[in-house]
Design a binder for this molecule. Structure first.
Ligand code: TXA
Ligand code: MG
Length: 349
């Protein structure tokens, strides 16, 4: 298959072609404010099959359905509780996905056989226009090969999906850089299944008490603990090299990373370090990548996946990373980093 890559903002005439592809059951990747999505018609189970095939993703891992209007909630969910309405009014369009009981019209192929559906209204003009022009609800996982870091620009999508999908709408680099917050609204109190830019505190300001799925921030994944978002159980976001996180007092972390780097280099390994603006000159590794600045936390979320992908190109054998557990973004960034590291953490005292 020939994948057509178009700079959509300069060539808006391609919206209608992209819409036709979706209506015909084909796949179009597009930007959202979080990461790029791989879109197909959410009500067409064959399109869902194609999405799984293109990503190489297990088909028990359900897809998020993207909408452009609030009313669409009633087309997809069999019940829309007050909490869902309040959250949608406050955070949509935006990086919040809500899990609700599904209507029969949403195929099992889209929800991985679950009786619930994940719905989100993305805050990106290209995504919204694509949904409106196509006239379909768009099922879209992140547009990466399963297991790889999510794409934050169209080049990342090309790396993974060139030749496997009909079209990629290039809308430049995304703003947020990590996936939406997922909140399950099917129980008594809302439960966060995946942390993101919209934090527990932000949700609680709107709907009162909110819980967090214990699988979200675990440091020692217990094989008996099944995350409620099926996708969160897979190895994820991972660079090809082994990744180890070091946490503790900042100066001690730098020292220890340099010691570990030296040891690994003596064994002939090429070593990478994930650093921040202020620490970058403190390391002796072969490749040092600045993922962002701790003073502007949002830059760290935005830089995370791109940095992990870059390390693949550098062909390092081992990567050491500083840890990021503070602030608004901390939980979401750390959740992704821990998965990418397969939960390997060294605590430096
Ligand atoms: O920001 C985002 O959410 C991006 C953009 C493209 O919108 N999408 C995204 O999709 O991250 P994906 O497929 O990579 O992650 C979807 C997550 C998976 O962990 C999946 O298991 C969970 O959502 N999920 C989807 N439907 C669910 C459901 N009915 N119940 C529980 N978890 C669900
Ligand atoms: Mg994903």
């Amino acid at each position: 298959m020939n994948t057509k890559l178009v700079k959509i903002e300069e060539n808006p005439q391609f919206f209608s072609e992209a819409g036709e592809i979706l209506r015909a059951g084909g796949l179009v990747a597009f930007p959202t404010e979080t990461v790029y999505g791989l879109g197909g018609n959410a009500l067409d189970s064959l399109a869902a099959k194609k999405i799984y095939a293109a990503k190489g993703r297990p088909s028990d891992n359900p897809l998020i359905v993207h909408v452009a209007e609030m009313e669409s909630l009633y087309e997809l969910a069999s019940e829309v509780p007050q909490t869902a309405l309040r959250l949608a009014r406050r955070f949509w369009p935006g990086p919040l996905t809500m899990i609700l009981p599904k209507k029969a019209s949403v195929p099992d192929g889209t929800t991985g056989g679950l009786k619930t559906v994940a719905v989100r209204m993305p805050n990106h003009p290209v995504a919204l226009q694509l949904i409106r022009t196509s006239g379909v609800y768009i099922a879209a996982p992140s547009a990466n090969t399963s297991g790889r870091p999510s794409p934050t620009c169209a080049e990342h999508v090309m790396e993974d999906l060139n030749g496997k999908i009909e079209m990629i709408l290039d809308g430049g680099a995304v703003e947020i850089g990590i996936e939406s917050t997922i909140v399950d609204l099917t129980g008594e109190i809302p439960v966060i299944l995946r942390p993101g830019y919209i934090t527990k505190q932000m949700l609680e300001e709107v709907v009162g008490e909110v819980a967090v799925d214990p699988a979200v921030l675990t440091r020692h994944p217990d094989p008996g603990l099944r995350p409620k978002a099926p996708g969160m159980k897979y190895k994820h976001y991972a660079p090809k090299a082994e990744l180890i996180i070091l946490e503790g007092e900042p100066q001690a972390v730098i020292q220890r990373i340099n010691q570990e780097t030296k040891k690994a280099q003596e064994k002939g390994k090429k070593v990478g370090v994930i650093a921040t603006t202020k620490t970058k000159d403190s390391y002796d590794a072969d490749v040092i990548r600045v993922i962002g600045s701790r003073d502007e936390e949002e830059t760290i979320a935005r830089g995370l996946y791109g940095s992990l992908r870059e390390f693949d190109k550098d062909q390092v054998d081992l990567i050491f990373s500083e840890s990021f557990s503070d602030g608004i973004w901390g939980q979401a960034v750390m959740n992704r980093l821990l998965k990418a590291a397969g939960y390997q953490v060294i605590t430096v005292s």
